[in-house]
Design a protein around this ligand. Sequence first.
Ligand code: MRU
Length: 376
Amino acid sequence: MEKAKSILDYETVELLDNEDAIQIIDQTLLPGETKLIKLYTAKEIWDAIYLLQVRGAPAIGVTAGFGIYLLTKLVPVPDDTPENHDRNFTLLHEAFEKNKEYLASSRPTAVNLSWALNRMEKLFLTLGEDRSLTMAQIKERLREEAQTIKREDIEVCRRIGEYGLTLVKPGDGLMTHCNAGQLACCKYGTATAPMYLGQERGYHFHVYCDETRPLLQGARLTAYELHSAGIEVTLECDDMSSSLMRQGKINAVFVGCDRVAANGDAANKIGTSVDAIVAARYHVPFYVCAPTSTIDMSLKSGAQIPIEMRKPEEVTTMWYEKRMAPEGIDVYNPAFDVTDNELIAGIVTEYGIARAPYTESLKAIFEEKKNHPIQV
Ligand code: MRU
């Protein structure tokens, strides 16, 4: 009998080049329904990111890479010969910049969005200087770059998993917040990568997932994907993490991040910093898993990280049969918070584990990246 398909058998984000579409799993419907949807237009891509149909910093970056490629590909080019390079490139360039700005406005905190768009733009502008190229050739190179971003994400997460695994031992109790899993990336996830690799190697971790109010990414996504992988998982409400840590059930906390500043302050899903504070109280090491694409060395500290504010309905009505708060009540609903660097025991990147002082160690990580770029 054929094995039933698990959520881990689906691609989080896929380019369907022949159909001029991006295919994603609509994550707002999980775990109840696994529905693949296709995005064709700039508005559809923008909405999918804003509505969290595709979410998680690396997956947003990959979607943006595919998006800017597809939207550029769809610009019609008259007489596409090298002789018309300048005229045609101006045409493409106008569309590229308009779409880049539009996509970048969909969500402000996860830096992978602008990172991927800037990376695509850098290549695009370099290619634009080569007058021997047709626009079809330029479009083809953009497609390759977007696919490389996706392939790199898988390798980056695998490496984060290997480094993360050196921080724990078989049988450990691990805690995580939100979803920094395969559904937030292309495979392995970041915070979940040590868990998946540990599972393959018989580590028998017990993972505790915060449900992650208000959008429940921990309950709907992390608990779902880890459970599907056969990992032992216990779900708890966000306000139960202190109880677990006080009892000594947690040996380490692994979380993802949406943007890390040069001093190691890390923005991640709202509630992350609460776990970090509790972990410090109970001497549980708190690790942030961060691909270098999520580290923003242009920001000195977490105070400069833009924090997305979201609609009150996510707190008052969503998920409930009837409204759970008085009509007209004021609601505070930031999507992310910043964990102070001194609460972080290590930042696990694809180039190793950065330790305090982060201003120094993160610089060294980027130096390592410059000298040994990932080849995929
Ligand atoms: O609002 P979301 O669901 O996009 O928030 C996701 C998170 O905060 C993740 O922890 C983060 O993006 C890291 S994903 C590897």
